[in-house]
Design a protein around this ligand. Structure first.
Ligand code: SF4
Length: 513
């Protein structure tokens, strides 16, 4: 299973924003490894650098030193729409207004075709849904600067860049030496967002930048995460950060402030941070992707106020109560199966240990056609520890089963290494529906659980027993009472209607909640 992008934004004059963005993207590398990029503004001009590859491949010291600026956004990409090519690397840039704007997107839109059609775009004109949104924003950008310029009338600040943040007067507090000089506020990008985003459906966490402002916005269901951090103290902020996950704040030395609310637009400039709501209240229903907890997010991430590692450990504990088994050793499939294995061992009293070693230098799993090639791909990634395994009855804990490729190869590998029994425990329910919101969960015909019974899957994988965590136990493990989740790939209940052509029973989808 693949994630779909990490986004980052920073407003921190005088702090070396290119290096900060690099560090933030590096912490978000697990969310996408196909391309990386950043857009940096020095207050006048925007420079965009992006290329195919990992963050460390695209940027080096020399590149970063050529990117002076006070504000920046960054992006790491895994493609779920559009092909994997330079043209689709982000941020995307549009040269409108004073200096243009740049945009980075995490998520996937569900009404791309309708939006392109409505805007009169011919098929093939836009390369991806991010490209489409940038195009729509450029079209909606007020032509007359007077339409978008003005003081911060009637908008309450959430924080400023100094003891006097200047928000009342619409001027920067230059006395703190951290604010850009911004005598007038260019509201054109904000105006374009307010016009375009209410028409956009699906999953989006965007970061945007023009010459003097950084913005972040989440879709009304908050399907993909986005959080706000701060440099300096609450009383004396020295800059602001936006990031897909909290570890990106930690590595750049920013304090976590809060998660952006579903449907919220945050605007950061010399005056501080402002918040706007772009969607009618009835449309705003929190539905964070539940797989952020199961698999996608880093274990040290905090979502809904809960650390992901603890939730994964509790998934394992509840799995041990739900599907106990007699065994000699509990082992997790590295990396994301390991915390749940720790929980399973703790709750069952069965010793835990390492049974597989992962090659740390494999950046991504290669999708190769054919079962033999896929098995070879798994062998390239994982290798058994024979002395730990030989003669033992094993409980193997993994986070999810998509096609079953990895688990089948792992079971064979463990038996060849001498395991006498292999009992597979999965810390999430069966994946039976595709994802339309930016996660690469394929068509139903490729999802093993959509086409086989549990017993058939057990036989196909070659394991002695198989059990999945129930949805109730998954939610209990996350332990965020009242928090809303998307679990459509498990239940078929889509919070946003899937595209028309989707192979999903209409009765199962519910509009906006
Ligand atoms: Fe996440 Fe599944 Fe919902 Fe996609 S369908 S957003 S993977 S919970």
């Amino acid at each position: 299973m693949k994630e779909a992008c990490g986004v980052f934004g920073v407003y921190a004059p005088g702090k070396g924003v290119a290096q900060i963005t690099f560090d933030g993207l590096y912490a978000l590398q697990h969310r996408g490894q196909e391309s990386a990029g950043m857009a940096v503004s020095d207050g006048e001009a925007i420079t965009v650098v992006k290329d195919m590859g990992l963050v460390t491949t695209v940027f080096d010291e020399r590149t970063l030193s050529c990117l002076p600026g006070d504000l920046a956004i960054g992006h790491t990409r895994y493609s779920t729409t559009g092909d994997s090519s330079w043209r689709n690397a982000q941020p995307v840039y549009r040269p409108v207004g004073r200096s243009g704007f740049a945009l980075g997107h995490n998520g996937n839109l569900t009404n791309t075709a309708a939006l392109a059609d409505k805007a009169g775009m011919l098929p093939g004109v836009v390369a991806s849904d991010s490209d489409l949104v940038a195009e729509l924003l450029a079209l909606a950008y007020p032509a007359d600067p007077a339409d978008g310029l003005g003081p911060l009338d009637g908008l309450g600040p959430l924080g400023g860049l100094g003891p006097s943040d200047g928000a009342d007067t619409g001027t920067a507090d230059t006395g703190t030496a951290v604010g850009l000089s911004a005598p007038v506020h260019d509201r054109r990008l904000e105006a374009a967002l307010k016009e375009v985003l209410p028409q956009v459906e699906g999953a989006f966490s965007f970061v945007l930048l023009d010459s003097t402002q950084v913005m972040g916005v989440r879709d009304p269901n908050g399907l993909r995460p986005l959080c706000l951090g701060r440099f300096g103290s609450e009383a004396r902020p020295e800059g602001w950060v936006l990031a897909s996950e909290t570890p990106a704040l930690d590595v750049v030395g920013a304090h976590f402030v809060r998660e952006l609310a579903p449907g919220e637009l945050v605007i950061i400039d010399a005056s501080g941070v402002r918040s706007e709501r772009l969607f009618p209240e009835e449309q705003v229903q929190p539905r964070l992707c539940i797989f952020e907890f199961v698999y996608f997010a880093r274990p040290d991430s905090r979502l809904y106020g809960r650390e992901v590692h603890g939730a994964r450990r509790r998934m394992g504990e509840l799995l041990a109560h739900q599907a106990p088994v007699d065994a000699d050793l509990v082992m997790g499939v590295p990396e994301s199966g390991v915390p749940a294995a720790e929980g399973f061992a703790r709750a069952s009293g069965i010793p835990s240990g390492q049974g597989l070693v992962k090659n740390r230098y494999i950046g991504r799993t290669f999708i190769t056609p054919g079962q033999a090639a896929r098995d070879a791909g798994v062998r390239r990634k994982l290798n058994p520890l024979r002395e730990n395994i030989a003669g033992k009855r094993l409980v193997v804990v993994d986070d999810s089963i998509v096609r079953g490729t990895t688990q089948r190869a792992v079971a064979r590998m463990l038996r060849e290494a001498g395991a006498t029994e292999v009992h597979l425990r999965i810390s999430s329910p069966p994946l039976v529906w595709p994802c339309f919101y930016g996660i690469d969960i394929p068509d139903r015909d490729e999802l093993v659980a959509a086409n086989m019974s549990i017993e058939e899957i057990r036989e196909f994988l070659g394991v002695d027993s198989l059990a999945y965590l129930s949805l109730e136990n998954l939610q209990a493990a996350i332990d965020a009472p009242g928090a809303g989740f998307c679990a459509a790939c498990l239940t078929g209940e889509y919070p946003v209607p899937p595209p028309f052509e989707a192979d999903v029973p209409a009765a199962l989808s519910s509009a906006h909640g």
